[in-house]
Design a protein around this ligand. Structure first.
Ligand code: UGA
Length: 347
């Protein structure tokens, strides 16, 4: 990469699962400088003279203004992205996904900074035909307001609309990304070790395996998800950063339609791998009603498969890593980070 194409990229949410992988990818594969911002940057192990760390909440007075002023591109990845929170902490979810980010969109507009915003596949809500792959222009169908599961989706979709409006009417340069069930090392947290409550399904199952408890299949685990390897998400984001003109005003689905499995199948593969790695018997799985697992107001989508033709066409991107190829590296990562502490907690 030539020096003239080097930029300063601010990554908001750099301490999270996706953010920490993105920062590593930018530093490793490009010459860009990175300003990494998050409340905590514990997951971010990489160090570089091109990396500035800012451990701070977005709401800290003056923070957003300073970060926007010092960067050419802002990647916004902060969110409370976890279905266990949508019906239990909905007000915080709305603020984190919408209210807190409106000032960022405004600042990027007035300061003429490019915004790459990570939205979510949840914006499609609960499509009537779960067998139909979702393309970027598919409609959004949400349940009634009492189904608070869709609080997050509605807030994320409203922010997408706000970004679109700032782009169309006030000249904001932006790209929106909708990730579909990205998994990999460092995802979420393990209950009782570095977090409380229920993380998303991968970390939830790994937490159960580490604790020697049964894996809980919500409503029998027959719902399906298509999983994407985190490294392939980062690859797509690097292409988006490298191609501003081609990606201007675009929204991209990023997911792997070929990796669709039932949640019960994911549980089966993870417990088989874990047992083989530890030399123990396979952990059992048991069905739990959704209302008992998540509480009132939860709702779910039967399946969510991305159509990714636009990303193939505009980014030349096509994910290839199968679930079988991803899971061993993930199990190793969780064992390395939590194995000792989980053993200690079990004694
Ligand atoms: C979540 C977020 O809401 C999305 O914003 C995000 O984009 C998406 O994850 C993602 O990772 O990309 P969802 O796929 O429903 O959506 O989240 P998970 O918590 O990973 O749940 C997947 C399925 O597994 C659901 O049917 C859930 O009920 C089930 N599940 C979860 C279990 O059966 N057992 C568990 O222990 C946890």
């Amino acid at each position: 990469m030539s020096a003239s194409s080097e930029r300063t990229i601010a990554v908001l949410g750099a301490g999270g699962f996706l953010g920490s992988h993105l920062v590593e990818g930018i530093l490793e594969k490009t010459g860009h400088r990175v300003i990494a911002v998050d409340r905590t940057l514990r997951k971010l192990a990489v160090r570089s003279p091109r990396l500035t760390l800012l451990e701070s909440a977005l709401g800290e007075p003056g923070l957003l203004r300073k970060v926007v002023a010092e960067s050419e591109v802002v990647v916004s990845m902060t969110a409370l992205c976890n279905p266990a929170l949508y019906n239990t902490r909905p007000v915080e979810v709305i603020h984190a996904s919408f209210t807190d980010l409106v000032p960022l969109v405004d600042l990027c507009t007035s300061a003429h900074r490019r915004l790459v915003h990570l939205s979510t596949c949840e914006v499609y809500g609960r499509p009537p035909d779960a067998e139909q792959a979702l393309s970027e222009d598919s409609p959004s169908v949400f349940g009634p307001v009492e189904k608070e599961r869709w609080t997050y989706a509605a807030a994320k979709l409203l922010l997408e609309r706000y970004i679109y409006a700032r782009g169309r009417h006030h000249g904001l340069a932006y790209t929106i990304v909708r990730p579909f069930n990205v998994i990999g090392p460092r995802m979420d947290f393990i209950r009782g070790i570095d977090g409380d409550g229920t993380p998303r399904v991968l970390a939830s199952f790994l937490g159960a395996l580490l604790a020697g408890e049964p894996l809980e299949l919500v409503d029998g685990g027959q719902r399906r998800r298509a999983f994407l390897w985190v490294g392939e998400l980062v690859e797509a984001l690097l292409r988006i950063l490298a191609e501003p003109a081609r990606c201007e005003g675009q929204t991209f689905n990023l997911g792997n339609p070929r990796n669709e499995v039932t949640i019960a199948e994911l549980a089966r593969q993870l417990s088989a791998l874990f047992a083989a790695r530890q030399g123990t018997a396979r952990a059992p799985a048991r069905s739990v009603p959704a209302e008992r697992f998540y509480g009132e107001g939860y709702d779910d989508v039967e399946a969510r498969v991305p159509a990714i033709e636009k990303a193939k066409r505009l980014l030349g991107w096509e994910p290839r890593r199968t679930l079988e190829e991803m899971l061993p590296e993930i199990v190793e990562d969780y064992l390395a980070r939590y194995g000792e502490r989980a053993r200690a907690a079990r004694q």
